[in-house]
Design a protein around this ligand. Structure first.
Ligand code: HEC
Length: 169
């Protein structure tokens, strides 16, 4: 939390202060999206092994061709339908290895997430960004790395910073 934003808080009562400093300590942290597969399935994207970062050497994770599946929780569904995302909206992408010989899903390599909290993530358009290695609940992204995600998602400012266009069927 920046000093400027902290100042008005200092005027509040001691009780609220304890609560607010707990939020401050969590700023920049982005929770793992528990049970994301219970959300609405949005779409998938197939990413070839020669796509952008995938072909860099030394290899940048996930180092393989992959299938991305995208899921949204109920609050994110509201946003996808209206263009305005309430706090608590979560969109998750999971990257699975593509098995070249069968075309099937292989191992899960990574989970990526956008979590909406207008106050906590104000510096990055109200979205916190996270990536988690498979099996880990620890966000790989520090505040600077999250800003790099945001810089590209800025292109979709008019769509709430989200690239996915939901198609009802
Ligand atoms: C160079 C541009 C770019 C960068 C950098 C980027 N993204 Fe994205 N992101 C995209 C695009 C394009 C899509 C849509 C992909 C698709 O539909 O297959 C997307 C989709 C997503 C989605 C699904 C919601 C949506 O917007 O459709 C999540 C979650 C996500 N990105 C997280 C991240 C995270 C976390 C980072 C940082 C590690 C990141 N992105 C960095 C371009 C980017």
């Amino acid at each position: 939390m920046t000093r400027q934003r902290l100042l008005p808080i200092l005027l509040l009562t001691a009780g609220s202060l304890t609560q607010l400093s707990a939020i401050g300590a969590e700023e920049g942290t982005v929770p793992y999206p528990d049970g994301y597969r219970h959300g609405t399935f949005l779409h998938s994207s197939l990413v070839a092994s020669d796509f952008g970062p995938f072909k860099e050497r030394p290899c940048v994770k996930p180092c393989t061709a992959g299938i991305f599946h995208f899921y949204a929780n109920d609050k994110a569904m509201k946003g996808l339908r209206t263009g305005s995302y309430p706090d608590g909206a979560i969109i998750t992408e999971e990257l699975l290895e593509l098995m070249g010989d069968t075309g099937r899903e292989g191992e899960r390599h990574m989970v990526g997430v956008m979590v909406k909290n207008s106050r906590r993530y104000a510096a990055t358009g109200g979205w916190g960004y996270g990536t988690y290695d498979s099996g880990s609940r620890k966000n790989n992204l520090d505040v600077k790395a999250q800003d790099a995600c945001y810089q590209c998602h800025l292109r979709r400012k008019d769509h709430g910073f989200v690239f996915t266009d939901y198609v009802e069927r």
